[in-house]
Design a protein around this ligand. Structure first.
Ligand SMILES: *Cc1c(COP(=O)(O)O)cnc(C)c1O
Length: 487
């Protein structure tokens, strides 16, 4: 017995022989020799292990080995980070990459990637320049601020302003604003890491002007307001108006810092959307420094924008950590292109995907639902019923958490008894498509909110490849739906 297993192992094809097969030669052309040899070895090792445990086993044919090798290499050649269909109903989904670049920004980014650029080079004087200068004029124009800086994201912006303006000193914040934005970003933690002491004032629901006044002392370096991006305190509440906070700060010669979070550069009400505070309003209300994200409502690349008083901006710029948190030429190029779009509201509306998606009328989405329904119904015909449903989309990324946007989608309701696991199986099957489709599960149905479906024909074309498993394996512990987007 043992001898025959050993004989079978010895009878495995040799690497040299396999490398001469036509199919393997093709693989070498596509993937390069080292990767093919490595993969063949791995496949043979696997076979050897199987034969060691099975005395009756027969060694695989050359073709079978080369086919296994092809499959593994195919898997390996799939990019890990790749496009998906975001049909979650959350437009700015943090886990799905937030804002989509407008075409002009993508083109600017590619030019910056592939050619030398005047990143830190003053073309007028021929001397060294400042990388943030490319976007500063636009930010001045759009926010009314004296000066601007760009860093990696808004978390970095908050860290950098605190670390620059209040090291070893106290920063006063209301207890109603000690925000957490996605697991790792909490105001108290950022404060500590930035080397400041958080001075909490007021209560969760109510903070008054006198709370701030009484907290100001010798060690105070700033008063800070943090926008309650992803929650709302309702009922018996009180907070201090920003202009009053600014006045209190200025009476004590302190800077007033305002972290807006999303911060939209234009008034969204003009587009029929709920109001979101703008940096221009914050500056007009007396903020000395305002911070906001580039890839939330603004609809640009990931970055954090710091605008405000020139003397403070200069101080922040000189912090050595600015270097560690700066953005690269690619994102600066994209940001400049996006900010330019804001100069022309009509173009902005047409070309900025974030704004276009947020303002898509429900009738338009509903018409699309009618068009894609037959293909979806056919693709799931053996397992589920498909029907058009009303949805309410969310803006996402912590913007305007309580306001939902009326939308439309398709609900796929499994006919199986165990609805939840059948809906999980549907969700798994859609995620396994060449361009994975991400939806969400609600009341035992798999829901696809169509607000963000742009490539309709591409979506329909791949539905033929949908493979739904009868029994979804038990959910992994800790596995979550794609609904954890408000961060
Ligand atoms: C989103 C947000 C941040 C963090 O911004 P990122 O761009 O995710 O780094 C900070 N503060 C507030 C109030 C936010 O809403």
């Amino acid at each position: 017995m043992l001898n025959s297993a050993a004989a079978a192992r010895r009878a495995l094809p040799s690497i040299d022989r396999l490398l001469k097969l036509d199919a393997v030669v093709t693989l070498i052309e596509r993937h390069g020799r080292p990767l093919v040899v490595e993969t063949l070895r791995a496949v043979l090792d696997g076979q050897r292990a199987i034969l060691a445990g099975d005395s009756e086993g027969i060694p695989p044919a050359d073709d079978a080995v080369s086919e296994q090798c092809r499959a593994r290499l195919h898997e390996l050649s799939q990019p890990s980070l790749r496009p998906v269909f975001n049909l979650t109903g959350t437009v700015l989904h943090t886990n799905l990459g937030r804002a989509l670049y407008p075409e002009v920004a993508a083109r600017a980014a590619i030019a910056a990637m592939t050619r030398a650029v005047n990143l830190e080079f003053d073309l007028g004087g021929g001397a060294r320049g400042e990388r943030d200068s490319h976007v500063e004029v636009w930010l001045q124009r759009l926010t009314g601020a004296e000066a601007a800086l760009v860093v990696n994201n808004n978390a970095a912006a908050v860290y950098l302003i605190l670390n620059s303006l209040a090291p070893k000193k106290e920063v006063i914040v209301s207890r109603g604003e000690l925000v957490e934005i996605g697991g790792a970003f909490r105001i108290p933690d950022i404060m500590a890491r930035a080397g400041c002491k958080l001075k909490e004032v007021g209560a969760t629901n109510r903070t008054h002007a006198r709370d701030y006044e009484q907290a100001i002392g010798e060690r105070t370096a700033a008063i800070m307001k943090v926008h309650a991006s992803n929650y709302k305190i309702e009922g018996f509440t009180a907070s201090v108006a920003e202009s009053d906070l600014a006045a209190i700060a200025h009476r004590h010669a302190l800077p007033f810092l305002n972290d807006l979070g999303s911060g939209m550069l234009i008034d969204l009400e003009a587009y029929g959307l709920p109001h979101e505070p703008t940096p221009r309003e914050a500056i007009a209300d007396g903020a000395d420094i305002v911070t906001f994200s580039g890839d939330k409502l603004l609809g640009g690349p990931q970055c954090g924008l710091i605008v405000g008083r020139r003397d403070l901006i200069e101080k922040i710029r000189k912090n050595p950590m600015k270097r560690a948190l700066r953005v690269d030429k690619v994102r600066l190029a994209a940001l400049e292109a996006v900010l330019r779009l804001y100069a022309d509201p009509a173009r902005l509306m047409r070309e900025l995907p974030t704004l276009r998606l947020l303002t898509r009328p429900q009738t338009d989405i509903n018409a699309q639902a009618q068009r894609v329904l037959p293909a979806l119904a056919a693709a799931v015909a053996d397992h589920a019923d498909a029907a058009i449903v009303e949805c309410s989309s969310q803006i996402g990324s912590g913007a305007l958490p309580v306001d939902a946007l009326p939308s439309a989608g398709i609900a796929l309701t499994p006919r199986a008894k165990r609805k939840r696991s059948a809906a999980d199986a549907l969700s798994t099957a859609f995620r396994a498509l060449p361009v994975p489709v991400i939806g969400h599960i609600r009341d035992g149905a798999f829901i696809l909110d169509l607000r963000c479906l742009d490539d309709e024909s591409g979506f329909i074309a791949q539905l033929g490849g949908l493979r739904i498993e009868k029994h979804e394996p038990r959910r992994r512990k800790g596995a979550k739906d794609a609904q954890d987007a408000n961060k």
